[in-house]
Design a protein around this ligand. Structure first.
Ligand code: SF4
Ligand code: SF4
Length: 130
């Protein structure tokens, strides 16, 4: 499949890097972040970083997995390249807030998603929002 990210996607990813102080190109996809992640994420941290490296900004932003992150920082601690997936995820959540996206509303996630999420994920995900 040919992936052609738009200019806007590249710009949004660059802004995310600037806002978080992270350099996505440093990630060499070793998977250590994902291996240590205690959350149940369909799109685990290394995959999220990979999507962003490919320019798939909207896919990363729309990933429900960012709301399963407990902000425990294990991924960032384990990274041998000093990349912080936790900071990237936090940045994506803040973009939802900045854009007043309804997904920043805890009620919009639905009972099924919330029932599958750990209490820590729900609390850490929304502590800035509510
Ligand atoms: S641990 Fe670091 S280098 Fe390895 S996949 Fe995760 S972010 Fe990339
Ligand atoms: S900060 Fe989030 S993504 Fe990173 S290990 Fe913890 S739960 Fe997983």
């Amino acid at each position: 499949m040919l992936i052609r990210p738009s200019h806007q996607d590249h710009e949004a990813i660059r802004e995310l890097e600037l806002a978080t102080g992270e350099t996505l190109s440093d990630c060499y996809q070793c998977g250590k972040c994902t291996a240590g992640c205690p959350a149940s994420m369909n799109t685990p941290p290394s995959v999220l970083i990979r999507k962003l490296k490919l320019g798939l900004y909207q896919q990363a932003l729309d990933s429900e997995s960012i709301w399963s992150c407990m902000a425990c920082l294990t991924c960032s601690e384990r990274c041998p390249k000093d990349v912080s997936p936790a900071a990237i995820i936090e940045g994506l959540k803040l973009i939802h807030l900045r854009e007043l996206d309804p997904r920043a509303d805890v009620g919009a996630l639905g009972q099924e998603f919330l029932a599958q999420s750990t209490q820590q994920a729900v609390v850490s995900g929304f502590r800035k929002f509510i």
